[in-house]
Design a protein around this ligand. Sequence first.
Ligand SMILES: [Zn+2]
Ligand SMILES: [Zn+2]
Length: 144
Amino acid sequence: MAGSVTTGSCNCGGVKYTISGPLREVVACHCGQCRKQTGLFYAATDTLDANIDIVDDGSLKWYAASDFAKRGFCGVCGSALFWKRDGSDRISILAGSLDGDMSDIKMERHIFVEDKGSFYDLKDGLEQFAQSDDHTPRPDPNTK
Ligand SMILES: [Zn+2]
Ligand SMILES: [Zn+2]
């Protein structure tokens, strides 16, 4: 998949996108907002804006969940799809919305673990961060 064109979509097909080029490793965010939006946690890859083409955005909605980022989702089927920091040239994409083979990307770490739901445990041995991590610093983790 890396280096080629990847496609993705929401559950009903109202939103479709293509990504060219490699995808970042998957980061799992366990913050309260991601927990609420997904019911569990937000496992997202990431790419440059220039590499993604949202070819069908007929039902795409954006929700400003904080004063520094927006969350894209399908307004028909409710699938969570994107996370976008204001002013950033990158976009996070829920790994589960990718179509077909996802074996080229792997989950690498967990962030905002201190906010995770108490009904599940993390036993995969991956690196855990209580709040943000060094790779994707956030202005104020407490407002995330
Ligand atoms: Zn949909
Ligand atoms: Zn989060």
